[in-house]
Design a protein around this ligand. Sequence first.
Ligand code: HEM
Length: 569
Amino acid sequence: MRLSKESILIRHCDNSAWQCADNSIAALRSLRLPARNLLPAPLKKVKLWHMDISPEKMLLLSFFACLVGIAHAYIWPSPQLDALEAMRFDPNPFLAFLPSCDADDPLSGRSEISDWIRTAYHDMATHNVVHGTGGMDASIRFAEEQARPEDAGDGFQNTIGELLKFSNRYVSISDVLALAAITAVERCGGPQIAFRGGRIDAGEPNAPGVPEPQQSLDSHIASFARQGFTQTEMIGLVACGHTFGGVQHAPFPDIVPEMNDPNNTLSVAHFDSTYVQFDNNIATEYISGTTQNPLVVGLNETTNSDKRIFSSDGNVTMHSFADSPELFASTCAGLFARMLDTVPNGVQLTEVITPLPVKPDVTLLRLDTSGHKLELLVSVRFWNMAEDPARIVRLLWVDHIGGTSNVTLSGFFTVGQQQQAQRYSPPTSLSIDAAAGITAMRFEVNGKLEDQGGIGFPVQDDVVMSALSCFIADGPSPGRFYIAVRTSAKPTRVYLEAEARDSVDRPIVVEIDAVPPSEPVAANVSYSIWRVGLNANQTFDLFTVGAEFNGVKGTRSGLLTRFKFPPCE
Ligand code: HEM
């Protein structure tokens, strides 16, 4: 196996073998290999990614796995997909942060999760399907957009203020906004919604384009058409969104009067009677004539936009929603997904993020202070696996000289969103002979091998952090950092990739070069130590290790925090 410069287009294997053939044809074509015996089928580019295995092997594995019906989410590791998958499924600060479905302050009448859903819609609604501009790109974070009458209210500012910090180089601000809306719907009684990553954050505000309540039905139909939705889909999307929240007096005094209600201090007129829950009451109450929706029964007919929209097809769509909560839920799942996947031209979303059945997590791989041992902090998560104290899980790892070592894993506990998952890890970090190193991991579960269909879980130990690194808590410098470079590897550059933000808050990476040792490295030493050259006031918390080989750059570690190292003396 060697580092491949090829990029393979692989499409997630759904359920059918022909779909898989589709994927494999795409991959074959990308490799310029003949695909004579396969039926041609429409191809869709989904994701470009680089693997640490030869593309030919990857292709064959993908194809045969698909043909025998083994659906795979993606091949580990893939830094972006790993990060998106973890944010979607693992317990993490983002999911822990999301509030409950109840009103943020039960007496305010307002609910935070509704803000997140409305924020996602307003971000998307600038899309122009003809020109391919606007869409889910987090342009709603710009004060200029928020100041427009079409974006009245403080919900956008609040949402961005709360969620922006969860974005990073792999999960854009707009990915976070999309996932927040999805999680809000799913947690509050709604259907599962497909989540893709890969949105790209705008560098400036988009052209205006969010519909407003006082506008005519014709202009709303035209507006949704510009966004890429038919009239029927418009009715659906508005009903799906307006199953949450309501209209607040402060930004819309002409629609909702001051209520002077101690149980609704912000004077919010809700769209339905269950405004913190996803259900079809928005439709049943509308059809039964009991609705209090301020955009249906508001005193000012001009601003009754929901009334005009819902009745625009003779109430056919709303009747169908009222008759079937299941139809409403499945329609909303599809429409929300389309809304969130509406992106500017040129943005290539990932495949739908599904949980990896077996997912290692290399928290840290570093050379110890003696220079003779590699310390590996690793765990593995098995998705949809029930608890079983009698289960025996082993980690086997392969080294550079053809040896295999193993350790029995323990300390499992239940993790995961939506389904049961089990995480196993060695009792302590593994101490690996530095000369032998590590090239790949495999797992054994009650004797059954888990190795990604034979390719194993590759580990790169050519450029790793050195345990000589240390952090400074409060100082102009974040610490002193050293990178260990395997003597057999000949990188042209080695650097830290520090997480930072650009002038418009987009996550970026700042490369900080490391310098090689000035003295020649002794022949019997496995790693040379490179020193990272920090400028004054160059601060960061999160970083990865980067290396360049003959002009090809690659990230060599998971996201590390400088606090993983001891304080500097
Ligand atoms: C013609 C189209 C639409 C119009 C005119 C419209 C209008 C409004 C208005 C005036 C509000 C009150 C905002 C506030 O008081 O802060 C609101 C709230 C809301 N809208 Fe829409 N909307 C439309 C479509 C949509 C769509 C398609 C979605 C989502 C799919 C959506 C989701 C929401 C949500 C969740 C709220 C509640 C916000 C909260 O309670 O904080 N809306 N909408």
